[in-house]
Each structure stands twice: as structure tokens, then as C-alpha cells.
Design a protein around this ligand. Structure first.
Ligand SMILES: [Zn+2]
Length: 269
């Protein structure tokens, strides 16, 4: 491990500081889950090709709920067959060592952190495991066992019925934040995530490009507070820039699987 990184982590460990980990698509990519941006996420409705930023919207769901559901069920099927990797496992070990001093904020909806065994997790973009009423009645329910294996397969009557809210007869929706919606506390734990950034002694950012606003705000809070700030990513990204500009920051090149086990050990795991 680089000497500067080692000394930053040792400082956090000896101060018994809180650790906030922020993860993005990079850690899931190492489990074989595509980003679903670009070509991976294209979906044909009628004669048109839609990109994810058009499919993952409330507007599209209101216009074509069945198409949006088929797209999600196809994606969720990919997630379900993926397995957590050594990066996820390192964060479970770190949580076991730190207990309540550990918080994980993830942008990933694939549930891999939960399946690996992480418990103190805020899923700020939702979680594929759950659905809720699109009309707003009731709380979260488990995703019914509906699978779409091919992009061409229409929903059966039984599948449509499984995706119907028993309370009001309207559609259930995936418990995910859409591009034309806003972060909130009730569904996406926005305030909790920001509070964690306000009390952390280390922000560890893993595999995210910072394309969305709440993760960038978390990075900005950490930078302004002058806490330790470590970015793990094989590629250049805005968090790496923040880390390099920070007095106790380090941009660690490499993937989650390559770097997280040694980082977790240095923090006491
Ligand atoms: Zn309902």
C-alpha cells in the first residue's frame, strides 16, 4: 500500500473515527452487473429505442407501465444471478470491526451489499428487492417472483396481477429513484446519508463516477470538513480530484476487489 494512504488510514484508525463508505456501479461491475447506461440498457418500445435515462422515469411509467416493468424485471434478473465479490466482503469485515462507527451509502440497487452481509446500509437509489404502490398506499413489499428472461417476452396475466397493489388495484412500482424524481428521507434516506457525511472521520468512495447530485454533495461535505477522503477507482473521476485537493486525501487507483481488502485491514478489519 502507498505510504501516504497507509498513514491517512492509520490516523483514522487511531482516532477511532466514524467511517462512511460510498459505493457506485464499479463495485457491482466486478460481479458482472453491467452499468445499464449506454448500450447495456437500451430497450425497444414500439419502433423506438429508449435509453435508460428515458426508461427510468415516472413519466415513462405513467405512459407505459408494463414496458417499464419488463425492462426492470429483465435487469433485476441479471442482478439476482450475480454474486457479491471480495470488495463487498471487505466492507462486511470492516463493519464487523467498527460496528456503529460504520455506515455504507450505496447508489447500487442490486442488493449485493445486503446479500454479502452488510447491515448499516442506506440505499439512496432504492433496492431491487422491494416494490411499493405507485399510488402511494402502504409501505415496502417484497418484489413478487416475476422473471423476464428475454427482452421480447410480454407479461402474462398472472405476472400483471402479481404487480398489482392489493390495496388500491393500481400498479406496484419498483422501489428505485427515477431520473425525474427527487431524493427524500422516507424512501431513499437522503437526510440520514447527509448526517453520516457530517459526522464521519473518513469518507471512502468506491467505484462511482459521481454522476448524481447526492453523492457529489456527500463528497463536498467531506471535503469542506477536511476529513480523510479516499477514492478507490481504476479511472479518473470527480471524487479523485476532491481527494487529491484534500489535505488528508488520496486517490487510490484500482478496483474495489483489488484495493478494499487491504484498506479494510488497515482500518482494523
Ligand atoms: Zn395502492
Amino acid at each position: 500500500m502507498e505510504e501516504r494512504l497507509s498513514s491517512i488510514l492509520e490516523g483514522v484508525r487511531s482516532a477511532r473515527g466514524r467511517v462512511l463508505v460510498l459505493t457506485g456501479a464499479g463495485i457491482s461491475a466486478e460481479s458482472g452487473i453491467p452499468t445499464f447506461r449506454g448500450r447495456d440498457g437500451y430497450w425497444v418500445v414500439g419502433s423506438r429505442n429508449y435509453i435508460p435515462q428515458e426508461m427510468a422515469t415516472r413519466e415513462m411509467f405513467e405512459r407505459a407501465p408494463e414496458e417499464v416493468w419488463r425492462w426492470y424485471l429483465y435487469r433485476f434478473g441479471v442482478c439476482k444471478h450475480a454474486e457479491p465479490n471480495a470488495g463487498h466482503a471487505a466492507l462486511v469485515a470492516l463493519e464487523a470491526a467498527l460496528g456503529d462507527r460504520f455506515t455504507l451509502v450505496t447508489q447500487n440497487i442490486d442488493g449485493l451489499h445486503r446479500r454479502a452481509g452488510s447491515r448499516r446500509v442506506f440505499t439512496i437509489h432504492g433496492d431491487a428487492a422491494w416494490v411499493r404502490c405507485a399510488g402511494g398506499c402502504g409501505g415496502l413489499r417484497d418484489l413478487p417472483p416475476v422473471e423476464v428472461r428475454s427482452k421480447d417476452e410480454p407479461l402474462s396475466a398472472a405476472q400483471r396481477s402479481a404487480l398489482t397493489c392489493p390495496g388500491c388495484g393500481g400498479w406496484l412500482r419498483p422501489h428505485v429513484l427515477w431520473f425525474d424524481e427527487y431524493y427524500d428521507e422516507e424512501n431513499y434516506r437522503m437526510d440520514s446519508a447527509l448526517r453520516a457525511a457530517g459526522s464521519a472521520g473518513l469518507l471512502l468512495v468506491v467505484g462511482t463516477s459521481g454522476a448524481t447530485s447526492l453523492p457529489m454533495e456527500i463528497g463536498r461535505i467531506a471535503f469542506d470538513r477536511g476529513i480523510a477522503l479516499v477514492d478507490v477507482n481504476p479511472e479518473e473521476n470527480p471524487f479523485a480530484e476532491l481527494a487529491r485537493a484534500s489535505p488528508r486525501g488520496f486517490a487510490a487507483r484500482g478496483s474495489a476487489v483489488e484495493r478494499l481488502p487491504e484498506i479494510a485491514r488497515a482500518l482494523g478489519a
